[in-house]
Design a protein around this ligand. Structure first.
Ligand code: P6P
Length: 338
């Protein structure tokens, strides 16, 4: 008898809700709505090559970056689904300059705010490279029923109630944590459900993969240049030389390293003095997942989760993955940038 014991995302959310004595189902409902939005975006991405939805929307986003049509679609779908949940009172997304306050009577009383990059890596879509959604959930600071304010979205990463990502790749996966470990769910299109496929993900203390855009090498800090050469040296005891793997899509590069062990680096460089990746809705949620799986994330000097953001779209140097490897990068930066 084939094993039909399937645990869907919704089964799991309800099951795990029992871990939180004070839980009244609000977070569960919010996570369920994120799963629904992910299925809708997945459907469009799968057909992107066939219908007129790839390519530029002809607009640029708040950062002056060319907005892909699927960016716009994903942004609208996730915002709509978060509003519909009734548990989220406002969102900050990569595609909108300012936070969005939900004025709907029901939603304005929501307990949570969400920071989200609706479609990270979207410039890769036209070339059939995996892309992702990255999300972060906090309790609001403002009073329920009030309009949200900037301060609701500028909490440090250690205050995250939950975080996760969806990777639209060879299969579509949702990986999330509510602070009790990390679990991965793979979408079974035949039943339209995310099914538990990677329970209790733990990332190895050390790995043999390093992921960085070496095209920026000349612009890197001295400590990063030396670390990259360290990865390329022969040292059988530590398994070097490491393997270089870089897709150019954060969720894909991080997800591979999370499962196999490895480090992802996006350093500050002369052309991007604060790095490229956004602290609030890219680095922090990924850092939360990494730390929950036994890894760590740093800006090169300190734990990324301890940084209090000063603006919604601020960038940060980003080093994330296996704890031993991130600590080694911090050592190199400290020694060579002394
Ligand atoms: P670069 C995609 O545009 C993205 O925001 C991340 O997904 C990815 O890790 C990074 O930028 C790639 O940047 O400069 O190496 O092309």
């Amino acid at each position: 008898m084939e094993n039909y014991k399937i645990t869907t995302l919704n089964d799991f959310i309800i099951l795990k809700q029992k871990d939180f004595t004070y839980a009244k189902g609000e977070l569960s409902s919010l996570l369920h709505h994120i799963g629904t939005a992910a299925k809708m975006v997945n459907k469009k991405i799968n057909k992107a090559g066939l219908v007129d939805i790839i390519g530029s929307a002809g607009e640029v986003n708040v950062h002056g970056e060319n907005q892909q049509k699927l960016d716009v679609y994903a942004d609208e779908v996730f915002i709509g689904s978060l509003l519909a949940s009734g548990e989220c009172c406002g969102v900050a997304t990569e595609e909108n300059e300012n936070e969005i306050s939900f004025s709907d009577t029901f939603a304005s009383k929501g307990k949570y705010i969400v920071c989200i990059d609706p479609l990270d890596g979207s410039s890769n879509i036209d070339f059939n490279v995996s892309v992702g959604t990255i999300f972060s959930i906090y309790r609001r600071i403002t009073q329920r029923g009030e309009k949200v304010r900037n301060e609701d979205f500028l909490q440090n990463g250690s205050k995250q109630v939950a975080a996760g990502y969806i990777i639209y790749g060879s299969s579509t996966m949702l990986v999330y944590s509510t602070g009790n470990g990390v679990n991965g769910f793979t979408l079974d299109p035949s039943i339209g459900e995310f099914c538990l496929s990677h329970p209790d993900i733990r990332t190895p203390e050390n790995g043999s993969i390093y992921s960085v855009n070496e095209g920026n090498y000349v612009h890197f800090p001295e400590g990063i240049k030396k670390y990259i050469k360290y990865c390329q040296e022969i040292d059988k005891d530590s398994g070097r030389p490491y393997t270089s793997r870089y897709i150019g899509s954060l969720v894909s590069d991080f997800h591979r390293n999370l499962l196999k062990g490895g480090i992802f680096l996006y350093p500050e460089n002369k052309t991007a003095p604060q790095g490229k990746l956004r602290l609030v809705y890219e680095c922090n949620p990924i850092a939360f997942i990494a730390s929950q799986a036994g890894g760590m994330a740093s800006d090169g000097k300190r734990s990324l989760l301890e940084i209090t953001p000063s603006s919604l779209h601020q960038r940060s140097p980003f080093y994330v993955g296996s704890k031993g490897m991130v600590k080694k990068v911090e050592e190199f930066l400290d020694f060579y940038n002394r």
